[in-house]
Design a protein. Sequence first.
Length: 357
Amino acid sequence: MCRDFRAWDRTSPVSFRIALSSLLIPAVNQPPVAEILEVSPAGEQMRVDAYLALRFPEISRSRLQAAIRRQQVKIDGVIAKPSTRLSAGQRLDVVLPEPEPACSRPEEIPLDILFEDDWLVAINKPPGMVVHPAKGHWSGTLTAALVHHFSQLSQAGGANRPGIVHRLDRDTSGVILIAKHDLAHVKLTEQFEARTVKKQYLAIVTPAPDRDRDLIDKPIGVHPYQREKMAIREHHPTSKPATTQYEVVCRYRGLALVKAFPKTGRTHQIRLHLAHIGCPILADKLYGGRSRFLLGELTGKADDTTELLARQALHAERIEFAHPGTGEPMAISAPIPRDLELTIEMLARYRPAGGKH
């Protein structure tokens, strides 16, 4: 039976610690390094990304995967893919990318902690917070807050992503897991890759879906001409399988409250899949064409500009996984934020159109 954690828990054992000082060492500027390897018998049938992580333990897995994405890894002269399986005796030509920049600078930003022990932390991320530094978002990030609040964090994801195992979009709220050390990071990452982690999201969509529940199985790749977007793309080199199950919780006139259960973890997956079936998430500018939702749109009063939503109506409500240290099943939930809660209340008042399903 799953335990539902809403409070801190400090009972799990400490197995592995990394000093914060090791996270704060800036990367040294140096040119890319070329390596030529012969796959050893131990690498037989290993994925190329896993084998490189084994051969270069001092280099973060994210840097190695970046080298593969940039076509800087070849197997017997052929460009490699991360999932390619190796055979003993094959030749690997590897050009390692330049080191990542130094990790986030600590910032005293409040955090809503849902659970904490010596292995991991679960945070209720507010909307509007970027998870890690990126172009145009160098401060106010979740990682900056994490470095300030915690004396140990995993760096397996890279120097500028301390503790980050998975991510949420900037304007998506809800529960996100943080690894306190590399062993926890590896154990959690294995569960995400094996798709044994169960994620539940809450969303408001418009219009309402025709079906009460359905499975969306469409591959996702990069958008052909809009860099910030993803797209449904069949048989494209950048596409990866993506599956999302959804069910309608409550219908309103012209809108619906739905729960979404992504089976994979592609960028913008839920937003894109719901938009693909003609039911984009409310106030999702990127996939729905609008970034705000006003009370006047429900009351019919054009002069009422009270803002109910200023971001996409998407919330990571619950996550289930096995504790990386004990293997115990865990379920962590994040309360519905006030903006979504108020919007749902107003929909029930001004747009009632049926009961729960």
